[in-house]
Write a protein of this length. Structure first.
Length: 445
């Protein structure tokens, strides 16, 4: 019996060791898995294999997300079963992936009425950003909305923009086709403060105005008004000038050494249904005003701009095609003596270090309600304001319109029949063959 007891004791000890080893191995594997998850939570990566880049931000959206320097929480309130809810989740997750300072929460508005009330949310599909005690909100679930909200949250102070009034300039809040109401809405949506400035009444540009916009005056400014603008520019103020008629804007442009043509520019590349008097710009030089803009900006009845010979401050930023001409006789067709050439229709005047002092357009219609619905026009207007305000290219210009083309996959009837047959017969057959192979292999052991 003693040998049997010894064997039993050895077996028991071996079994105990095996149990201990198993427990240790389980604990070690669990520790490794927990550690790997913690590391992956802090340092993870994503691969977007979708054809449309659905799970990735555009370069402008990513730039806006990376610009956030302090902890920012994004909230989305919507209906949990709606398509907008899922779309917003994808966008906010992409923003969080781009910058660890960003976190987000998704809420069904009907289930979170208390939090919605605290954040001032009253409607579905509302985004809210909270950063450093400041709160910003915006309606929508698109990348444009998320990008604009992040831009607002990342900036300490938004500039004040003054629109000149008193000489027939485009109305800042005008809703007519020639008005600038839509442009004003775009600026307010990202936090700009807008105010009308009537120099005939005040005689000076208010000191809290960071940027002055002169949009298509129809009569020339008075000498005291020109003096006020000159003082403002000399003290570091910046101007966005959009000239509709040459004469009312000529003296302001001359402050920056810029000349404007009497004739409008016609182009053989023009907006469909409009004619040569509405050039359409399909290629741009690389600069902050055109950064991120798709082709197709339209400039109806635009005038050419030119700098004085040898003036290095003048930079052409937008030009017509090489098949454009100055319309000398107003008949919209190129006659003998009307030379085909490329003409600058927008320019920047820069100071030390290349910082812009003024951005000048030979047209005011391009940013009016009638044309700013064209994303290329809206992007150029926003870019010009952003560059003058911050000295850099904008993160706001049509962020979601770039690189988002959907590429559908079409299949023929025969291909569809093969797919259906493989799903109904092929997959079960593969599984059956795999099972038979395993059975046959074990049978031979």
């Amino acid at each position: 019996m003693k040998p049997l007891e010894g064997i039993t004791r050895i077996v028991a000890m071996r079994s105990a060791h095996q149990r201990i080893n198993t427990a240790v191995m389980i604990a070690l594997v669990a520790f490794i898995l927990v550690l790997a998850n913690l590391i992956a939570r802090q340092f993870y990566f994503r691969i977007d294999a979708s054809a449309t880049g659905r799970y990735s931000l555009s370069k402008h959206g990513e730039a806006a997300a990376r610009a956030v320097k302090s902890e920012t929480t994004l909230y989305f309130f919507g209906s949990e079963n709606s398509p907008e809810f899922g779309r917003a989740r994808d966008l906010l997750e992409s923003s969080r992936y781009a910058n660890r300072n960003i976190s987000y929460e998704m809420h069904d508005l009907d289930r979170s009425p208390v939090l919605a009330g605290e954040l001032g949310v009253t409607g579905y599909n509302t985004l809210v950003a909270v950063s450093d005690g400041r709160r910003f909100s915006m309606s929508g679930s698109s990348e444009d909305a998320v990008t604009m909200l992040l831009v607002r949250a990342s900036r300490r102070k938004m500039p004040a923009v003054g629109f000149l009034a008193g000489h027939g300039e485009r109305a800042m809040d005008g809703r007519e086709r020639s008005g600038y109401g839509f442009a004003a809405e775009r600026l307010r949506s990202v936090g700009y403060e807008l105010k009308a400035v009537d120099l005939s009444a005040s005689g000076n540009i208010p000191p809290d105005v960071d940027l002055v916009v002169m949009a298509g005056p129809v009569s020339a400014l008075f000498d005291q008004e020109l003096a006020a603008i000159e003082r403002y520019a000399a003290s570091g103020g910046r101007l966005l000038v959009m000239a509709e008629a040459p004469e009312p804007s000529r003296k302001v442009l001359s402050m920056f050494g810029v000349l404007i043509s009497e004739q409008t520019v016609n182009d053989s590349v023009f907006a469909p249904g409009a004619g040569p008097s509405s050039p359409m710009i399909t290629a741009y030089a690389e600069n902050p005003v055109t950064a991120g803009i798709g082709s197709g900006a339209i400039f109806p009845s635009v005038h050419a701009l030119a700098g004085e010979p040898g003036d290095e401050r003048f930079r052409a930023v937008i030009a017509t095609s090489g098949e454009s001409w100055l319309d000398m006789d107003g008949n919209a067709s190129r006659e003998d003596g009307e030379k085909a050439a490329s003409y600058a229709i927008a320019a920047a005047v820069v100071g030390d270090g290349g910082k812009p002092k003024a951005v000048l357009f030979g047209d005011a219609d391009f940013a009016s309600n009638a044309y700013i619905v064209n994303e290329a026009n809206a992007g150029m207007f926003l870019n010009a304001v952003e560059w003058l305000s911050y000295g850099e290219a904008s993160a706001l210009a049509s962020p979601s319109s770039q690189g988002r083309a959907f590429v559908p996959m079409f299949v023929t009837d025969d291909q569809a029949r093969i797919v259906r047959t493989f799903g109904a017969i092929g997959i079960p057959a593969v599984i059956a063959l795999a099972g038979f192979a395993v059975w046959f292999r074990r049978r031979g052991l």
